[in-house]
Structures are given as structure tokens and as C-alpha cells.
Design a protein around this ligand. Structure first.
Ligand SMILES: [Zn+2]
Length: 483
């Protein structure tokens, strides 16, 4: 969850289908967008993508490093004159994508996984390929034809909160940019691979890096599937890039496959200290507890709930299908919370049992009503608790099978667990980071994995992060640890 206003941009597109020469392939293509319109769409959608995918990662040096590699690749592309914008997103999900007009995004989750500069360059080159081949523009046309809606529906795993406060609904609506991370066609992927390999070798990078990184993505996918599921709702890079590594390898061979720059040391130095997993700007899910050092809040969900942190809210589910939603609103200090709940949050939607209460010394209020889940109306309880400053912590407990007495006690227990963190407590909440160390003689995969701050499968995670599947450790080489 992040303290970011989700900006919903409505785009009125002037339709009209003049053929446009594809700068990368020379073909004539039909898309309703001219390059000028592409630039405008990219500019307008950029803030929306930033809000949806966690914003820019706050590390100027790393942003500059990635942009420098990206611009080196752009310089050898067919759109060398186009001003590209490269952004490292503050998201742990492994992903990369592009918008029309030259906006290319890569997540810090992807940076943690890549092992050298050539692998990162391969991802950037591929995304640049989607822009130069005008796939982003073509897909944007398709998105206008209805895919946007589909993207919205899948994001929250099918939860659509109809009228539950326009704010909640609007935030869900803001996720429409997901259309951009939906799959391209196989032909477009192959074309982006070929262009990517072309830019890689022209820029002097090892073109084989694209294939090696694809292997890593596959391994990561398997690890995630074997362990706890990464249920972000947002398609992962692999899901949106269903390519076969062998096809990429073939493209690399066809490109002449010279051995170019790999840049492992430079890359590892650039990502030393990179935040791994959740960041303080988004808050941390630890078991059933959610802690947000910047919003200064902590709460614990009832037994049996599994929490998922998304940019807009924290979502909990239990086995019986109950949902618990948590987010933040604002009301001036001293404002009546029952009035806030009814008027500001739920926008006059009919509620029952509206009551004031006091939880652990904090003013609070709750009410019952209905929400729409997967197109069906479900009964729900709404609770608000006064936070620090003008913050109001908001909970929704949904039980599609009907509300019982225990639902109210679950909601109240959750509200009672809310703590406003002191500055000192907040300062103690630190993210995990990638730390680069040199392998000493006698170090083993197990001894290094034991130094990782990872509870779930540390050995497999260590091997994955360092591309060690099928190759031994070498003393003197640098490796990534999570600390
Ligand atoms: Zn792609």
C-alpha cells in the first residue's frame, strides 16, 4: 500500500487509420496513432503507471545507471532521435514493459534477479524493440477496444467493489493500465526479441544474455510456484512474455553471436544495497501483520487470513472466502468518524447499525452494508479507526456466505489490533537488501545461503539470484546475498 493518489486519466482518442511506416521493419502498418499521438499517450499514461506500480525507486544513481544503458541501446535503434524515458519502479514483482512514446519500465524485482549488465540490457533492448516496432501503439489500440476492462477485472483477482465508496472503486479502476502488461502476440514477441538482439550486439553487449536471463525467469517462476504463490494479480514478466528461450538463443546465433560486454562487476556494484521484497514506502507484510513505517501503522489480521500488499490497499483472504480490505482515508482531527464513514467514505450508500465505538483509546466507528464481489452482492462490515494526524484507517470485512456474529468479532479484533507506530518503532522497520559479497575459500552454497535473511527456501533463492543452477561457486567471485 502506498500513499499515492491514483490518477485516472480518461483518453479521448481521435480515431483514424492512416498507415504508418514501422521504423524498425519498414513495413506499413495500420494503427490509429501517429507518432505525435504516441508521445502524448505515453506522457499522459506515465503518471498512472507510476502510481500503479509503486512509483520510481528512490535511488538517483541506479536510475541514472539504467537510463544510461537504455539510451546506449536507443542510440543504435531505428528511433535514435526519440527521447526515451527509463524508470526503475519500486516494485518487487519481476517485470518490465513499455508505453507508446518511448516510456520503458523495469522493476527493482527484475534488477535483483538479473546478474549482469548484459542481462539488464537484454530486457531493455527487448522493450525498446516493442516501441520501435510500434507494438505498444498497436496494443494500445486493442486496449481501447475493450481489453482495458478485462485488465481491470483480473487485477484484484476478480474483486470489484461496485459502490463501496467511489474511492475504492476508483482505485480499482486506476488499475486499467494493466492492459499494458498483457501479452503481445507471439509474432510481436519474436520481433521484439530479434530487434533486442540486434540492439544488444550493436551496442557491444553479449547477445546471448537475453537467453540466459529468460532461463532465470523460468527458474524464478518455478521457485515461486513451488513455494508460496506470488499472487500479485499483476501479470508477471513471463506471463506477459511467453517466449521460448531457445528462440531467443536462435535469434542471438543469427545475429552473429559475438562475445560482447557482460559487465558483471559494474552491474553488481550498481545494485549493491538494492531493496529486496517489500519497501518502507509500501509497508511490510509479515505473517498476518501489516506494518507501514511511513504511514506509521501496524495491524494484525485474524487467524487464518493471508495478507497481500498491493499499491492501493492490503487485501486479506481466509479459506472460507472472507475478504479483509485495509486502506487509508483522511478526515480532520476531531471529525465525527461515523459521519465520515457514512458520508465521505461510503458516499451515502445505505448502511445499517452505524455506531461509534472506542478501540484501544482511539475513536472508531463501524456499520454494515453490502459490496459487489465478482458481480454479486455480498454483505460486508465497514470499520474506521482514527490514526495519527488526519489519517483514518479503514477496514472492510466481506463474507460472501452471509455475515455471522463471529464476523463482527473478527472485524473488531482487527480494529483493536491497530497501533500507531512511534518514530522510533517506524525507524526499526527496515527492508531486506541485496548485499554483494566475495566468495571466500571454504564458502559453500549452504554456508552463504545460511547468511541470507530469507525464511522461505534460502538455498534455492541464493542459487536463483546468482544464476548458480548447474555451476559451482568459485572463490573470489562476487555473489548476491539478501540481508
Ligand atoms: Zn515483450
Amino acid at each position: 500500500m502506498r500513499l499515492v493518489a491514483i490518477i485516472v486519466v480518461l483518453l479521448g482518442l481521435a480515431a483514424g487509420c492512416a498507415p504508418v511506416v514501422n521504423p524498425a521493419t519498414g513495413e506499413l502498418q495500420y494503427t490509429s496513432m501517429t507518432p505525435t499521438e504516441e508521445a502524448r499517450v505515453g506522457r499522459e499514461e506515465h503518471p498512472r503507471v507510476m502510481a500503479q506500480f509503486g512509483g520510481a525507486y528512490a535511488d538517483r544513481a541506479l536510475q541514472t545507471y539504467v537510463a544510461r544503458i537504455g539510451n546506449k541501446l536507443v542510440a543504435v535503434s531505428e528511433l535514435a532521435d526519440l527521447d526515451f524515458t527509463f524508470t526503475v519502479l519500486d516494485s518487487e514483482i519481476v517485470n518490465a514493459f513499455a508505453l507508446p512514446g518511448g516510456y520503458v519500465y523495469v522493476t527493482r524485482g527484475l534488477l535483483a534477479l538479473a546478474d549482469d549488465e548484459a542481462e539488464l540490457a537484454g530486457v531493455l533492448a527487448h522493450e525498446i524493440g516493442h516501441v520501435t516496432a510500434r507494438h505498444t501503439a498497436q496494443r494500445y489500440d486493442r486496449a481501447q477496444l475493450g481489453n482495458l476492462g478485462a485488465g481491470v477485472a483480473t487485477i484484484l483477482g476478480g474483486i470489484l467493489l461496485g459502490d463501496v465508496g467511489a474511492q475504492l472503486g476508483q482505485q480499482v479502476g486506476g488499475l486499467g493500465a494493466a492492459a499494458y502488461v498483457q501479452a503481445y502476440s507471439r509474432e510481436q514477441e519474436f520481433e521484439a526479441d530479434q530487434l533486442g538482439v540486434r540492439y544488444l550486439s550493436r551496442a557491444g553487449y553479449d547477445p546471448q544474455a537475453m537467453a540466459s536471463f529468460l532461463d532465470k525467469l523460468r527458474a524464478k517462476d518455478e521457485l515461486v510456484r513451488a513455494g508460496r504463490r506470488e499472487r500479485s494479480g499483476v501479470p508477471s514478466f513471463l506471463a506477459s512474455h511467453p517466449r521460448a528461450a531457445d528462440r531467443v538463443a536462435r535469434a542471438a546465433r543469427e545475429a552473429g553471436g559475438g562475445t560482447g560486454r557482460v559487465g558483471r562487476d559494474a552491474y553488481l556494484a550498481a545494485i549493491d544495497g538494492l531493496v529486496y521484497g517489500s519497501s518502507p514506502a509500501q509497508g511490510f507484510v509479515r505473517g498476518r501483520t501489516f506494518e507501514h513505517p511511513e504511514l506509521r501503522v501496524r495491524f494484525t489480521a485474524p487467524e487464518g487470513f493471508e495478507l497481500l500488499n498491493t499499491p492501493a490497499r492490503v487485501i486479506g483472504r481466509d479459506r472460507s472466502g472472507r475478504l479483509l480490505l485495509f486502506d487509508m482515508g483522511k478526515a480532520p482531527r476531531g471529525a465525527d468518524l461515523a459521519a465520515y464513514l457514512q458520508r465521505d467514505w461510503l458516499r451515502e450508500q445505505r448502511v445499517r447499525d452505524l455506531e461509534h465505538l472506542d478501540v484501544a483509546g482511539n475513536p472508531a466507528a463501524f456499520a454494515s452494508g453490502v459490496v459487489t464481489v465478482n458481480g454479486r452482492t455480498a454483505p460486508a462490515l465497514f470499520g474506521v479507526v482514527r490514526g495519527g494526524g488526519d489519517a483514518v484507517w479503514r477496514f472492510v470485512l466481506v463474507n460472501p456466505r452471509g455475515l455471522g456474529a463471529d464476523d463482527l468479532s473478527l472485524l473488531l479484533a482487527t480494529m483493536r489490533s491497530v497501533e500507531n507506530l512511534s518514530a522510533a518503532e517506524a525507524a526499526r522497520l527496515k527492508p531486506e537488501r541485496i548485499v554483494i559479497v566475495t566468495v571466500a575459500p571454504g564458502d559453500t552454497i549452504d554456508s552463504l545461503a545460511a547468511r541470507m535473511n530469507v525464511k522461505d527456501r534460502p538455498r534455492e533463492t541464493f542459487m536463483l539470484l546468482n544464476g548458480l543452477n548447474g555451476r559451482p561457486l568459485r572463490p573470489g567471485e562476487k555473489v548476491k546475498l539478501v540481508r
